[in-house]
Write a protein of this length. Structure first.
Ligand code: MOS
Length: 739
């Protein structure tokens, strides 16, 4: 089905099942430990052996020799495959560094060997016996230093944000020079790790030259193509199965070393082999969100109208790696006739940087939305009002191009009212609650809505049970549930009459899960397949397609009615189709919006920061399931608190690696860090987005949160921290005197 014109009234608008807070279908499996993750698939192949991956102990250089003799003699060892045993593997479209790189070491903990043994412990022990000689080379590990040599570069990420190397509208420099109120400030965000609960894991089974990989991956079709390319085998020979994913956040958009080395290990051992990356290898072996250095300049009239805005960002990566597109939201979020954005890539020999939840906007808004707070203060304006005054309903670089639907103003107004914003004292460090200095902060939230094609097959059997099959993944987001809701709505059956089969590359190709596009696109694909199935049923029964009704488990036309089971008949019925998009995504800017509000307390003596209240108001099209959507948003808000206050991969700038590569030292929020969180979804539909009239929401919940926390800390203390994370050492020297 081609979606080329705005969605008209359709069966989804009935909202009998869609829009209801249905419980997660997979919830009971996950909470009872019975959801089968890749590493736990003891049932799918006999005789499984365990693989243990060894990572390089240098960040850059060459491996001159590997002595595996002792490891091979160790108890239980079946095979040892080192990177010197074979030509360098191929490289997938999505990978910047090689997953198994030959003698060249491109980054610390790059995989250099896999040891396969009867048990995990035997494999791990034998791995410790490998003797590796390295020739270490000089590497570049200091972003601030290398940023001096960074060159302009554009990027179109596959995850929804893009920006050219340099974008100019009007004359920024002249306008900035001419306005009376201006800000010129630098902000930094650190490298961050996805730190998802389930480590990257794969179980590889070869049958002849055909490989089946049970794995944990967000994008089945990307993964299938890239794994084939990596191993140098035809795509048709690879099958990926990933029905349950214990979190990904972008770290599992791509195949990683667990997948490639499980396959190589299984080939060498002539046995099924499973591999899980251990926690301490994940931060340096896989990808991370790159650190940024961002300069923002904003100039406004005394009344608060932005006349000039510039955002420049530098991030680092391996030579073939991507930029963090931190300027992308600045192209669209606020008005102003004179604009400039630019991005630079500094070459680093740290592990590969790549997508992490809301790549681009997440770190970009951490900077931009502090800058907006600083500007509001210079203008003696309320920061909510300053944002509202500079709202735009058109693409500021291209004013002929409107937003499909945009209600940032509604998010900010309703948020201010519900949060009690009027109680905030705009003068910092004025509000106390015992030992706590209290502050409130606000930020605008923004994330693009991406349209990408997605297919599914929908079948009805003779019992009237509906089965939806697609290679879509559920990474903890609720895909199973909203896909079932879509089919139930379209075919007029109760939710428990729908079965959903996900995550198998033998199934029709879906959007996959990334860039907050999974919800809208995968359900739109299911919608398309259901439309086709409805037509087939009507035709079969000789019903007029125009007046046929699917409700209460029946197909009706005039005074004829049959149960869906009867309509399907003994052999059952099925249809396959997908959604494809015309140019509505180009003609209209499709984005999602939020107002984020945070209250913090800062201990007046120690500088300890506690988040006390959080509210997100979201404008993101139709909400398909308010319960799963809320869960996505509160999870993202939690991640935003982590980004503001805790998360930072510490770089060893001499030896070139992330030092705190485990969950003991890479801090993320725990339950005790997170207070009451409230989420409000504005009641809206966006008919430009798809027949579902929904948009992405899972990443929106993160975008802006970090700055809202930072702005609240400033309001509480009067200390402006522009370098994340905001740890107490950055506050304590500058806290007000205790009186
Ligand atoms: Mo997202 S970073 O595209 O999983």
């Amino acid at each position: 089905m081609k979606f080329e014109t705005p969605a008209a009234q359709n069966p989804i608008d009935q909202l009998k099942v869609i829009g209801k807070p249905a419980d997660r279908i997979d919830g009971k499996f996950k909470t009872t430990g019975t959801a089968p993750y890749a590493y736990e698939r003891h049932d799918v192949a006999a005789d499984q052996a365990y693989g243990f991956i060894v990572g390089a102990a240098i960040a850059k250089g060459r491996i001159s020799r590997v002595d595996a003799a002792e490891a091979k003699r160790a108890p239980g060892v079946i095979a040892v495959v080192t990177t010197l045993d074979m030509p360098r593997l191929g490289r997938g479209r999505m990978n910047a560094a090689y997953l198994f790189g030959g003698a060249d070491v491109q980054h610390y903990h790059q995989a250099i060997a896999i040891v396969v043994a009867e048990t995990f412990e035997q494999a791990r022990f034998a791995a410790s016996l490998l003797r590796v000689d390295y020739a270490r080379a000089q590497g570049r590990y200091d972003l601030a230093e290398e940023s001096k040599r960074a060159e302009l570069k554009g990027e179109d990420t596959d995850e929804g944000t893009s920006a050219p190397p340099l974008q100019r509208t009007g004359d920024f420099e002249a306008a900035f020079a001419a306005v009376p109120v201006k800000l010129d400030a630098e902000y930094t965000t650190p490298d961050q790790s996805h730190a998802m609960m389930e480590p990257h894991s794969s179980l590889a089974v070869w049958e002849g030259d055909r490989l089946t990989l049970w794995t944990s991956n967000q994008m089945i079709n990307w993964g299938k193509g890239d794994l084939a390319k990596t191993l140098g085998i035809p795509e048709q020979s690879v099958r990926l199965i990933s029905p349950y994913v214990g979190g990904g956040f972008g770290g599992k958009l791509f195949v990683r070393s667990d997948a490639a080395l499980a396959a190589l290990g299984a080939k060498a051992a002539r046995r099924p082999v499973k591999v899980a990356l251990t926690r301490p290898i994940m931060a340096n072996n896989t990808t991370h969100r790159p650190a940024t250095i961002q300069r923002i300049r904003i100039g406004a009239t005394p009344e608060g109208k932005i006349r000039a805005i510039a955002h420049e960002s530098t991030s680092g990566n391996l030579p073939d790696g991507k930029l963090e597109t931190a300027v992308s939201q600045t192209r669209l979020l606020y008005g102003g006739a004179n604009r400039m954005t630019s991005m630079r890539l500094a070459l680093l020999d740290l592990p590969e940087g790549n997508s992490m939840r809301a790549p681009g906007e997440a770190p970009g808004l951490m900077a931009l939305e502090i800058a907006m707070d600083e500007m509001a203060e210079k203008l003696h304006m309320d920061p909510v009002e300053f944002r509202i005054m500079n709202d735009t309903q058109v693409d500021p670089e291209n004013p002929q191009r409107p937003f499909s639907y945009r209600n940032l103003v509604g998010c900010l107004r309703l948020g201010a009212e519900r949060f009690g914003w009027s109680r905030r004292d705009p003068t910092p460090a004025m509000t106390r609650d015992g030992q706590w200095m209290i502050g409130m902060g606000v930020a605008g939230g923004f994330r693009n809505n991406l349209l990408t094609k997605s297919a599914a097959r929908v079948a009805i059997d003779k019992a009237g049970i509906v089965t939806v099959t697609t290679d879509m993944t559920d990474i903890g987001t609720g895909s199973y549930t909203i896909i079932a809701q879509t089919a139930a709505e379209m075919l007029g059956v109760p939710l428990d009459h729908v079965r959903v089969l996900l995550g198998d590359s033998n199934s029709p190709i879906s959007s996959g899960s990334g860039g907050q596009w999974g919800g809208n696109n995968s359900t739109a694909g299911v919608y398309a397949a259901c439309v086709k199935l409805r037509e087939a049923i009507a035709q079969n029964l000789g019903f007029n397609e125009r007046d046929v009704l699917f409700a209460d488990g029946q197909v009706r036309s005039g005074n004829r009615a049959l149960s869906l089971a009867e309509a399907a008949g003994d052999p059952g019925l099925s249809a396959e189709d997908g959604i494809e998009y015309g140019d509505l995504g180009k003609k209209y800017q499709q984005s999602t919006f939020a107002g984020h509000f945070v209250e913090v307390g800062v201990d007046v003596a120690t500088g300890e920061i506690r988040v006390r209240r959080m509210l997100a108001v979201c404008s993101a099209g139709r909400i398909l399931n308010p319960k799963t959507a809320r869960s996505q948003v509160i999870g993202a808000m939690t991640m935003g608190v982590g980004a503001a206050l805790m998360e930072e991969l510490a770089v060893d700038k001499r030896l070139g690696f992330f030092v705190n590569h485990d969950l003991a030292s890479y801090e993320v929020p725990v339950h005790a860090d997170i207070p009451h969180q409230e989420v409000i979804f504005l009641d809206e539909v966006d008919p430009m987005s798809s027949p579902m009239k929904a948009k992405g929401v899972g990443e929106l919940g993160l975008c802006g949160v970090g700055a809202a926390v930072a702005n609240a800390v400033y309001n509480a203390t009067g200390v402006r921290v522009r370098d994340y994370p905001i740890t107490l050492d950055k506050l304590i020297e500058r806290l007000p005197e205790i009186v």
